[in-house]
Write a protein that binds this ligand. Sequence first.
Ligand code: UDP
Length: 388
Amino acid sequence: MDTDLVIVGSGLFGLTMARRAAEDAGARVLIIEKRSHIGGNAYSHTDPETGIEVHTYGAHLFHTSNERVWEFVNRFTSFTNYVHRVYTTVDGVVYPMPVNLGTINQFFSAAYSPDEARALIASQAAEIDEGRADENFRTKGISLVGEPLFRAFFEGYTAKQWQTDPEDLPASIVSRLPVRYTYDNRYFSDTWEGLPTDGYAAWLERMADHPNITIMCDTDFFDESQPYHRDALVGKVPLVYTGPLDRYFDYSRGELGWRTIDFETEVKPVGDFQGTSVMNYGDRDVAYTRIHEFRHFHPERDYPRDKTVIAREYSRFAGRDDEPYYPVNTDADREKLLAYRELAKDEPKVLFGGRLGTYKYLDMHMAIASALSRYDAIVGPYLRGEDG
Ligand code: UDP
């Protein structure tokens, strides 16, 4: 085979690794991709009826504070000045998310100063001893926002999103969201933020556009009827595998828990359905977790004024045939993960990467950062013949 490196999966981890290998080591890279398009879940398509860019696998917002990542991605796309803001509907009232001074004052119909709000939340969080805050999602959530806000904004939403008792979820999930004692309601706190000016698909295609990179879509690594399947490749050519870790090992140590998402997408005959890009729904009796309205991601574009595309998002446990999105990461999952990591160590010339390959809740910028550093540490030296 005239290939120096095979990459399974063309998400941001795989594409970044491919690009570095092709440019830095001059390696001939073959990417095999199960789907009919590249880009993993960051991919977007154009709705044929309205021309509106739809994030095919749910809203993807690019943000990073990592200068190297920002420089790297800017080689392939420019970014708009979009700033993500989220609102949440709870019990018939709309509040800004993440929790900030505006949310707190609106919720308590008050006019607290930052210090007064801090003191109030501290008293409502007092039931959680400081040493226990990091134990799980619930202890962390209550320690951050106090019991009443936790119940209103996190309990119902999380029950729908994870269908897992918050005491069995890791604290790290709720730590993704800031709590601010100012009226700053930006969703992210990173230095750089924006959306690819001419869309995700164009960005991802430019990353893959290099003479040393070949992509084969509609090619399933586990399908033995095609020549690039697992048994034909492992041990014979260096591999980067970015599919689900448990799938690689035929689930021999058990199935890892994943959440999948279903979208109910609709074109509405109105110019503006909800006035913002993402509206969360905290109430349990609303079956979806949130509604996306894609036109609001690109206010600078000339979209039709009488139509809009929305998608209601529903979350559930993933079966083997579903797209895995979020690692659930319960204690039982982490035990299986350790067993898989042991197996992974013995796989000849295979590097496991990305959200699915490492069972980690990685944002886009984290997947890119991880690929850049693992290229530097492992794949680059190997391809350049600097280590065995
Ligand atoms: N979350 C919540 N209420 C909200 C938004 C988020 O309870 O209105 C919780 C939920 O458990 C979610 C976690 O906070 O999984 C992290 O939120 P984030 O927006 O980072 O999740 P994403 O959908 O981007 O993965």
